[in-house]
Design a protein. Structure first.
Length: 317
């Protein structure tokens, strides 16, 4: 009988096998996204949830004028490894939208609602992904509960004056300074189908890659009876955010949350000028600029998801 031969695997083969295993781990097994509801202050909060409940948590906070729908592709890309949760704010997505004269649509109040929602979910530690409106909501929560935030993922979300020093903000700043019916009405053009489509397509490399479902869904929700007044209230309330920038910057300097910045550099609303100042206050910060627009996930979601997976793996250890 012949004795079996033992072959030594070459180093390059071992390295290749390890690479394949890592890629397989990145892809993970398909994870179901659940569409759930909670109640905060008598208001239904719709949210998406996926991934192992005992894994590190990533909270996704959406921007204007969208909802957790903007994370429809990112959630499954993260959920093979992480517990992911993405709420819709009141007035957005599938959450309730009480009339603006019956509910206080301010960023202070939205942050309180989201904070209470996260407490209801018994989330004691989580990484925060903040985008657009999600930034002033998330930074309020992080500054209030720094011990809960394992890290920040910032995508076209502002905390510095440089980020809103551009033409887009001029009529909005005028509204902040003079809250008149004329200045309020002047902003209704930002709530039209053309403006919503522009937010998704401006600055992208290839418009044919951007699904029209985005603006069709968002616009249908914006066009609900009374929703324009909700959005105009929040345009006014956005003026409460710049006075808080020093507080948020102090939070960055004092607590030094590990931070990943993934930014669409062609964004006409929050241009790259708002991305760089974070590096003044944060020591453990990783910055990636993408050749795309405001909703960077639409064109570069796969690459951004990879950065997030690697980032959360580092901060979870």
């Amino acid at each position: 009988m012949f004795a079996p031969k033992h072959f030594a695997m070459p180093l390059f083969a071992i390295a290749f096998a390890a690479h394949v295993l890592l890629q397989t781990a990145d892809a993970g097994q398909p994870s179901t996204t659940f569409y759930r509801e909670a109640t905060v202050e008598g208001v239904k909060i719709a949210y998406r949830e996926a991934g192992p409940p005992d894994a590190p948590t990533v909270v996704l906070l959406h921007g204007f004028p969208t909802s957790s729908h903007m994370f429809r592709n990112l959630i499954p890309a993260l959920a093979s490894r992480y517990h992911v949760i993405a709420p819709d704010y009141p007035g957005y997505g599938n959450s309730d939208a009480p009339p603006h004269n019956q509910f206080e649509y301010t960023f202070d109040h939205l942050a309180e609602v989201v904070d209470r929602f996260l407490e209801q979910q018994k989330l004691e530690r989580y990484a925060l992904y903040v985008m657009d409106y999600g930034a002033p909501i998330g930074f309020r929560i992080a500054a209030e509960h720094p011990e809960r935030v394992t890290g920040l993922i910032i995508q076209n979300g502002n905390a510095y004056d440089e980020g809103i020093d551009n033409d887009f903000w001029k009529p909005i700043k005028k509204y902040w300074n003079e809250n008149t019916p004329q200045n309020r009405d002047a902003l209704r053009s930002l709530l039209t189908r053309e403006a919503t489509r522009w937010q998704y397509t401006s600055g992208v490399r290839d418009e044919s890659k951007i699904s029209p479902d985005n603006w069709n869904i968002d616009q249908a929700l914006l066009d609900r009876l009374g929703n324009q007044e909700i959005q105009l209230d929040l345009f006014l309330s956005y003026g409460s955010n710049p006075p808080l920038y020093p507080k948020w910057q102090a939070y960055f300097r004092q607590h030094q949350p590990p931070t990943l910045i993934v930014w669409g550099k062609n964004d006409a609303i929050f241009p790259a000028a708002g991305a760089f100042p974070y590096q003044r206050d944060l020591k453990n910060v990783e910055l990636h600029l993408f050749d795309t627009g405001h909703f960077a996930l639409e064109e570069d979601g796969d690459v951004i998801a990879k950065h997030i997976r690697n980032f959360v793996a580092r901060i979870a250890n």
